[in-house]
Design a binder for this molecule. Structure first.
Ligand SMILES: [Zn+2]
Length: 40
């Protein structure tokens, strides 16, 4: 799996947990995507 993207809270209406972050990993062989939500 390769680290692909890091997303923080989109705006005040869409808050990911408590200042959460989403880390997205992609396998470029089979195009599998895994997202990990981490909250502060
Ligand atoms: Zn794979």
């Amino acid at each position: 799996m390769t680290f692909y993207a890091q997303l923080d809270s989109l705006n005040d209406e869409v808050v990911l947990g408590d200042l959460g972050m989403i880390y997205v990993f992609v396998c470029f062989d089979c195009l599998e995507v895994t997202a990990l939500l981490q909250t502060a």
